[in-house]
Structure formats: structure tokens, C-alpha cells
Design a protein around this ligand. Structure first.
Ligand code: ATP
Ligand code: MG
Length: 766
């Protein structure tokens, strides 16, 4: 087959003709559908290989953990190349040794490739075409991803496009909330509206938003109105504080720091390496929880959208975005945070030369708005009639196809593994083809250890603990004389298959000014022929519990020959001790101001119980003090109040007497004035009574004043009481377990703190 820059070699149709797919057609995106085992991942890997061969980079989201197989390209198809990737258990199941299985697999692959017209050069070319990296967000066995810059201001093009901007802000907010397990409705959730408003504010001011800034803005937002409501009415400070605390608890946890280690969340950096070589960046998310997967996929898609919009348009295929197994990320009817960015990507990516390829077992896993944006359909074998119906209703009426519905049904139910029906809107008709053999070895999901190994390409100087041994020979278990051997059986079955481990145990002492603690530590490493030796920490098991000889019906993996060389064993022992020193640590928890510290063997839970009691005691002391203070204020207010009451009574009665007297005088004097001739005298008499009356009014004024004073005292008392309640609440919060700032004290051993080292071989079941 001739290599063409513009065409992807995907397989052959029934007549044996090559299926050559114009790579540009991928800019209208593709969907791969088929039941489990139908060959979807094989087809996806084929597409990515073709893209890499054409210098087109790919970003791959890998929920299952098998896309890393792209790093398993072995040009010579030799037994040695396959050997480290053969599962010993699988070999045993087929009654083969690992060596035999490796030989068979290598031959198989060689034949597969040659049957499909693919030679050594093509595998070689693939290996050299791109830099393949397995990213493992929030974990260190692959390359980590630092998400710190994920909420940076989007490019001007997006700031000018309010629809996309709103989408971006909304999905960022939802993804942040998914971290705390809040399943927010963007329209009604206060938390969602608040975070969206904060992000909007940052972006309007051209400021990058980090998670920490977002959290502190929740407590004191840079605005005081949300819509028409005042911030306090909309989301009172106290409740904002609770919410901020919840988020803070997540990002302050030690495990969250793993989200900040590794390569930056930078799409350019995922597509091209420093030498401008295309990259195939595989984001393995199989180790993350559902919430974390959602969080990461949303961030990645949002960043892709921002990246894409900052680029100029392109009509040729610039990069591939591939997602293996989309179930749960873009469903119809519900709106997880990842859905909107994916729909946006499907709508807009075409203009920028981004091809999106999605893979799923069932067409209903993708929202219909997404389906309508897809130009190429690869339909493999489908399990149920219902699934077939669903797909066919989308296909019938395809121009240039002379297949009626019934023939489509028949066709889909008879499709074999690796056979797909291809519908491409850029071409007429439908074609059925079988996918070509993949250049990469489809081993299936990779273990953490294997990913760690793969990411070390191109092979750096080996670290002492990961030394790659080129010992091709095995040594017989029976003749090893340098080192004791033990056996460990998990269960009783008729047959056992055992793998050899080098195990090193040692005593470790942890010392600081309060503590002197001795622990037993254990590290082990699988030692197979031609495999790297890599130490793992594990729980210490006393040698007493191992068996001294092998049970009947045990079969054994080949053990590397170095175990019979005392010098090498010594070197490995040193290496293991070094590993133990680096990895052993004793973590204590402490709250200095409470003078409480965890004990060496105490679990965090046990410590928390003690801590809670100490907090309660401290709280009670503070509470007593607080209560004393407020009791004092209350007493003086009570005092004031009773004095004022007395005064009021007095003023009231005085005012009453005066009024009565005066009214009587006024009455008589006015009457008198009417009946006496001397009006002057009467009037002056009246005048003096009026004077008395105004004094009486003054007395009444005094009453009012005292009443006002009483009201003031009453109000003060009420306020004091509510202040007291608030203080108690604050105090309770301050002394709650969730808010206690627990410090971690990490004690590591020095070289001299490790002693009593023992090294032996342990044969155990996988
Ligand atoms: N193109 C191919 N070349 C060689 N082997 C293949 C190819 N495609 C599939 N296979 C073989 O078939 C097996 C199953 O195929 P694959 O993993 O692609 O199925 P799938 O549809 O992705 O299944 P699932 O839904 O369970 O992920 C592979 O492990 C591999 O052994
Ligand atoms: Mg698959």
C-alpha cells in the first residue's frame, strides 16, 4: 500500500479493495458505534496511527485505560519486544510459559501486519512520527497535568462571543461544583450563579481566575449585587462562608495537590513538543472517580475550545480529538458539565480543522444535537434489535444506497468483529469494510507499573531502582543458592501459578523530640527475565506466615538469573534499603494551639475522636468566658431597666396628680372670670393656671423620655442577646472538627534508622 498524505488507510472492503478515507472528512467528525468487542478501539487506534503518520497530532481521552497501547509499536515483531507486555496469568491460563506466549503473540502480530500489507518500515515510521505521552491527571504513574491555569481568561475571540463565553463560564462553574458533589442547575442554583458571576467579573476585567481566588471571592465577591438583588439577600455571607469552606476543604486536602503536578494544562503543549514534533497525548482517566473524571474532561474540553478560538481557521485536518467510550459524558436529556463544551466543539471545531472522533457502544449515549453534527458513522455489530433500529432510522434514505431497511437490519445483525458499515456524508452510499491490523499491539488496559515504564521513552539513564536487566536467561528455581526462597499461597485450588518477587524487609525507626517509634517495612519487586526491577512498598508480613517449600501442582514464572549472583543481590538489597528510606514516613497530626498530637499508631479516625473531645473542652471554656461577659452586660442592663421602671412609675404618678390639680384650677378660674366684674384678676389667675398646666405637660414629657430610655435599654438587651448567639455560633464553628486546622508532621528516617535488613525470594500468586 502506498503511503498518501491525504488518505487514511482504514481497512479493506469485501472485494479486497483498500478503504482510503480522506482525512479532511474527519473535520466533520466521526462516531464509532458497536457492541463490546466489536473492534471500536482497534479502529480508533488505526485512525490515530494514520493521523500520526501524516504528522497530525491527537488528543485522546481514555476512560478505560487501553489507548496507551499506542505506545506498544514493535517494528521487529520479536519475542523480546513483546515479552514485557505478556500477562503471566493469561499465559498460564493457556498453559504456556510467558516466553511461549510472547513468541506466539509476536508471530501473530507479524502475520497480522503482513496480511494487511504493513511492513516493518510502517511500524518504524509510526514510532518516529510523534511523541507519545500517557498523561494521568492527579496521579504520578504517568505524566501529571497541572490544572492551575485552567480558569485563565479566554482569548479575545471568545470574550467577544457572548454565547460561547457564557457556555464556557457555565460549564466551568458546573465542573467546580461537581468537585464538591453539588449537581447544580445553572439557572436556579445559587452556588452556580455566584461562581458564574465571579468568573464573569474576572474575565471582564481581563484577570485570570485561580481556584483560590474563586474561593476567596465567594466569601467577599467583587460585586454587591446579583441581578436585581443585593448580594446579602441573594446569598447571605454566612452561607457563602459555608460554601467556601466546602470548596476549600477539597483544594486544601493533600490529595488535591496532585492536580497541580505535571505538564501545564496547555493545548499547544499537548499537541506539539518543544521541538515542534507532533504529539499523541493520551489522557488516561481510568483511575479517577466519576466526579473527578467529569471535572477533568470538562476542563480539557473548555481549554480546547479556548485554544481553538484563538487560532485561525483551517480547512485541512489540524488535530484529532478522540474519546474512547463516551458513555455518561454527553447524554441526551441531562446536562453534565462536559456536555455543553462537547456540543460546542462539535459545532465549531470544523472551521478550525479539528476532527472529533467519539466511540460508544450505543447511539443513545450521545445527545441528538451532537449526532446531527457528525459526518462519518462507523457502525459495527450491535447487540440488540432495538439498537439496530435506532441506528437504521438515522441511516435510511442515505443517498446512493440501494439498501432498504430490511437489508440494513440484516446487514447489521450479520456484521463480524472488526467489520464496520461506513457512512460518510461526503461520499455517496454505504460501504462495509474490515479494519486493518493495528500497528500497535492491542494489549488491553495497562497497569500503573507499565505506564510508568512507557513514559520513560526515549529511555533515560536508568534509575537504580528501575534498572533494566538484559539478562535473557532464566535460572532454575531449584538451584538458587544465594538467597532463601519462600512460598505464599492465597487460596487452596488444584493448581497454582507463582511469580517470583524479591522482597526486602527492614526495621525503621522514627525519631523526633517526642517520639521514638519502631516499625517494620517491606518492599518487593517482581523479578522476571528481561523485565525491569521496580520496588513497591507493601505491608510487612512476617516470614513465619510463608511456606518453606512449594506445594505440588505449582507452576512458576521464569526467574531472572541475577538472583544467583551474590554481588547483584547485594546491590539490589542496597537499592531496596534506599527505596525504603525514601518512601517510609510517619505522619502525625497536630493542632499546636490545642497542644494535641496524634500518636504513631493512631489512625486519623482515632485521632479525630480525641480531637473532637479536646475541641469540645476548649469550646466549653471559651463558652463559659463568653457567657460570663454577656451575663455581666445583661445584669447591668437589667439593673438599668428596673431603675427606669421605678422612675417611670414615679413620673407617671406625678404627671397625673399635676394634671388633675391644674385642670381644676383652670376650670374654676375661667368660671370665676365669667362671674366677677374684675376680669383682670380672673384673667391673671387663669394665666397662672395655664402656666401650671404647661408644667404638668412637662411632667408628661418626662414620662415619655423615661419610656424612650426604657425602649432603648430593651433594644440594647435584645441586641446583646443576638450578639451573644452569633458569638456562640462562631465559636462553635471555630471549634468544629471540619474547621480545625490540622497540621501534618512528617517524620522520615535517616540512613542509620534503617536496620535488620533481610532479603529473600517470595514466590506468590499474582
Ligand atoms: N484493528 C485490529 N487489529 C488487530 N486486532 C484487533 C483490531 N481490532 C480489534 N482487535 C482485537 O479484538 C479485540 C477487541 O477489540 P476492541 O478492543 O477494539 O473492541 P471494542 O469494541 O473497543 O470493545 P469495548 O467496547 O469492550 O472496548 C482487541 O483486544 C484485539 O485483540
Ligand atoms: Mg474499546
Amino acid at each position: 500500500m502506498e503511503e498518501s498524505v491525504k488518505l487514511f488507510y482504514l481497512g479493506r472492503d469485501e472485494s479486497g479493495a483498500d478503504i482510503l478515507y480522506k482525512n479532511r472528512d474527519l473535520t466533520t467528525h466521526a462516531l464509532i458505534i458497536g457492541m463490546t468487542g466489536s473492534g471500536k478501539t482497534g479502529l480508533g487506534i488505526g485512525l490515530i496511527e494514520e493521523a500520526a503518520l501524516d504528522n497530525i497530532p491527537s488528543i485522546i481521552i481514555d476512560p478505560k485505560g487501553d489507548m496507551g497501547n499506542l505506545l506498544l509499536a514493535f517494528p521487529s515483531c520479536s519475542k523480546e519486544e513483546f515479552l514485557p507486555w505478556i500477562d503471566s496469568q493469561e499465559a498460564a491460563n493457556k498453559n504456556q510459559s510467558v516466553e511461549e506466549a510472547a513468541k506466539e503473540t509476536a508471530q501473530n502480530w507479524k502475520k497480522g501486519l503482513s496480511d494487511w500489507g504493513e511492513g516493518k518500515e510502517r511500524v518504524e515510521a509510526l514510532k518516529n512520527s510523534a511523541r507519545f505521552t500517557i498523561y494521568t491527571p492527579a496521579a504520578s504513574f504517568g505524566v501529571g497535568v497541572n490544572i492551575l491555569s485552567s480558569f485563565n481568561v479566554p482569548p479575545q475571540e471568545i470574550l467577544n462571543d457572548s454565547d460561547t463565553l457564557n457556555m464556557l463560564i457555565s460549564s466551568s462553574a458546573t465542573s467546580i461544583l461537581s468537585l464538591v458533589g453539588i449537581n447544580a442547575d445553572p439557572l436556579s442554583s445559587k452556588e452556580h450563579i455566584l461562581i458564574s458571576s465571579i468568573l464573569t467579573h474576572f474575565y471582564k476585567n481581563n484577570k485570570n481566575a485561580g481556584l483560590e481566588e474563586i474561593i476567596s471571592s465567594i466569601v467577599t465577591p467583587p460585586f454587591d449585587k446579583v441581578g436585581i438583588f443585593s448580594l446579602e439577600t441573594f446569598f447571605p455571607k454566612e452561607r457563602r462562608m459555608d460554601f467556601a469552606m466546602r470548596l476549600n476543604a477539597i483544594i486544601a486536602s493533600p490529595s488535591f495537590s496532585s492536580w497541580l503536578e505535571g505538564d501545564d494544562m496547555d493545548i499547544d503543549g499537548f499537541l506539539l513538543d518543544k521541538d515542534k514534533k507532533p504529539k499523541v497525548s493520551i489522557f488516561n482517566i481510568s483511575h479517577l472517580s466519576d466526579n473527578e473524571r467529569m471535572f477533568f474532561v470538562t476542563l480539557l474540553l473548555n481549554n480546547l475550545i479556548s485554544w481553538m478560538r484563538s487560532k485561525e481557521g483551517s480547512s485541512s485536518l489540524r488535530a484529532l480529538i478522540y474519546m474512547d467510550e463516551i458513555f455518561g459524558f454527553f447524554p441526551p436529556n441531562v446536562n453534565p458539565p462536559s456536555k455543553l463544551p462537547m456540543l460546542t466543539l462539535l459545532k465549531q471545531a470544523r472551521a478550525f480543522g479539528l476532527g472529533v472522533v467519539l466511540s460508544t457502544q450505543n447511539p443513545v449515549d450521545l445527545d441528538y444535537k451532537g449526532l446531527s453534527n457528525i459526518g462519518t458513522w462507523f457502525i459495527g455489530r450491535l447487540q440488540t434489535a432495538q439498537d439496530r433500529e435506532r441506528v437504521i432510522s438515522g441511516l435510511s434514505g442515505v443517498q446512493g444506497s440501494n439498501l432498504d431497511k430490511q437489508s440494513l437490519v440484516n446487514l447489521l445483525s450479520s456484521l463480524k468483529k472488526r467489520h464496520f458499515l461506513l457512512k460518510n456524508i461526503n461520499e455517496e452510499g454505504l460501504r462495509v469494510f474490515q479494519t486493518r491490523w493495528t500497528l500497535s499491539y492491542l494489549k488491553g488496559p495497562l497497569s500503573r507499573e507499565q505506564i510508568r515504564l512507557l513514559n520513560q521513552t526515549p529511555a533515560p539513564a536508568p534509575e537504580p531502582s528501575q534498572e533494566f536487566l538484559n539478562t535473557n536467561q532464566a535460572v532454575s528455581r531449584k538451584f538458587i543458592s544465594t538467597i532463601p526462597q519462600y512460598y505464599f499461597y492465597k487460596q487452596s485450588k488444584p493448581n497454582y501459578h507463582l511469580s517470583p518477587y524479591l522482597v526486602c524487609t527492614a526495621k525503621v525507626r522514627f525519631v523526633n523530640k517526642n517520639i521514638d517509634e519502631e516499625n517494620s517495612a517491606q518492599a518487593s519487586a517482581l523479578i522476571l527475565v528481561n523485565k525491569p526491577v521496580s520496588w513497591q512498598a507493601e505491608e510487612y508480613i512476617s516470614q513465619e506466615s510463608f511456606e518453606k517449600s512449594a506445594r505440588d501442582k505449582s507452576s512458576f514464572d521464569d526467574i531472572a538469573s541475577f538472583v544467583d549472583e551474590p554481588k547483584k543481590i547485594n546491590a539490589f538489597k542496597k537499592d531496596a534499603v534506599d527505596f525504603i528510606m525514601r518512601t517510609q514516613k510517619l505522619t502525625l497530626f497536630s493542632i499546636p494551639w490545642l497542644k494535641i498530637e496524634s500518636k504513631p499508631k493512631e489512625s486519623k479516625e482515632e485521632f479525630n475522636i480525641r480531637l473532637e473531645a479536646a475541641l469540645e473542652k476548649a469550646y466549653e471554656q471559651k463558652y463559659e468566658k463568653l457567657k460570663e461577659k454577656y451575663d455581666k452586660i445583661q445584669r447591668s442592663l437589667d439593673d438599668k431597666f428596673s431603675k427606669l421602671r421605678l422612675k417611670l412609675e414615679k413620673e407617671k404618678s406625678e404627671a397625673q396628680n399635676k394634671t388633675m390639680d391644674t385642670l381644676a384650677t383652670i376650670g374654676t378660674s375661667i368660671l370665676g372670670a365669667l362671674f366677677t366684674k374684675s376680669r383682670v384678676g380672673a384673667i391673671s389667675k387663669t394665666a397662672s393656671s395655664v402656666k401650671n398646666a404647661s408644667r404638668a405637660l412637662k411632667e408628661r414629657g418626662d414620662v415619655q423620655r423615661v419610656e424612650q430610655e426604657i425602649a432603648l435599654v430593651e433594644r440594647e438587651a435584645k441586641e446583646t442577646e443576638s450578639e451573644f448567639q452569633t458569638q456562640i455560633k462562631k465559636l462553635k464553628e471555630e471549634f468544629s472538627l471540619t474547621n480545625a486546622l490540622v497540621e501534618e508532621i512528617v517524620i522520615t528516617p535517616r540512613k542509620t534508622d534503617i536496620y535488620d535488613e533481610k532479603i529473600f525470594i517470595l514466590w506468590r500468586e499474582a
